[in-house]
Design a protein around this ligand. Sequence first.
Ligand code: NDP
Length: 383
Amino acid sequence: MLDTGMTRRHLLAAMAAAGLGAALPATAAGPRGASAAARDGAAAGRRPDSIGVALVGLGYYATHLLAPGLQLTRNCHLAGIVTGSPEKIPQWQQQYGIADRNVYSYDDFDRIADNPDIQAVYIVTPNDLHLPLTRRAAAAGKHVWCEKPMAMNAAEAQEMIDACRAAGVQLAIGYRMQHQPSTARLRAMAKDRPYGRILKVSADAGFHAYDDVDPSSKPWRLLPQHGGGAMYDMGVYSLQGARYITGQEPMAVTARSEIHRPHLFEGVDETTYFTLEFADGLVAECSTSFGKNMNTLRADCERGWYEVSPFQAYKGIGGRTSDGGSFDDGGVPHQQALQMDNDALAILEKRPPLVPGEEGLRDMRVVDAVHASAREGGKRIVL
Ligand code: NDP
């Protein structure tokens, strides 16, 4: 009922752009493999107080990355689903052994408050639903994990933080790259400056897709009311990359957007270029697009450079330095499993998650400024 149409072709284009190749986990292949994986996961040392997670919105990301990832985790496991598509339910129940009592629709989702099997709710829906579903999950007393972009704007992001704080639950944003060793290395290099001061940064993230979309039935990523457009979807990777490779927060933003397929991109951006200004004159030139394959993060420094490309793929993070060094993904077998295990451990240990709502809010402030600058003909906006 609610299928949004990231068609197989879009999916393949996006995967190619992300450097994924044939990397879909084996659990996506069929029910038997996944059930076996679930049993094995439990047998292979899942902790007894593992956090029960309900996935909300059973689309591409939940189906192909998060649910398979939850078969590999030690600190959390897939316990429930929330879906507006009843036809998806039998397959999910069979594949992952989900009990009837742990299956919800958006209408009866609030009953989750009474379900002791589920401690965390992972929101994986179109972006406009992140705020209302977070409100409901927090009111039900569940910890909230929410996909990027956190919200439609900074005001919504703040509301999500407030709702979770008031309910005494955690709020973690699904910025998987922040859990990667390659990101930790970039942060350390920003501090240690092995090639001297960073003079310039570039951060580009995008993929080419949607050529075959019928303009009368666009997927949500092309619709403004759902938080569509390249900046929300892929621009946050460029923005995050620029922030963690510099180790600084931007102080001002200028932006402009371009549209090459106006029949598809009405009220949403197809390609956006944005410049972030940091303290001491450092500038990051960033771009994002639904019309170009791009996946590169680079720092040019006083005595050399380093570049990670792809820098935000699910697998195969790779890069090089001007003196012949290399970057890899640190041998992480499954990014989403790592992220969810880290976030579950934060809940179990009663400490803040690595990527709390406040981090999503920082980005949403910049995203708001990017949109405003692009709307106002590239006006410089001080943050
Ligand atoms: P999909 O369109 O594939 O799936 C979204 C799902 O949300 C749908 O299948 C549907 O599930 C549910 N949904 C509820 N209401 C609506 C509605 N009005 N229109 C469409 N779908 C609806 O999207 P993705 O899985 O690709 O993306 C979901 C979220 O995850 C987004 O916020 C996106 O930015 C993020 N994401 C993050 C990634 C990352 O690497 N961190 C990668 C990909 C996506 P159901 O039928 O079960 O209700």
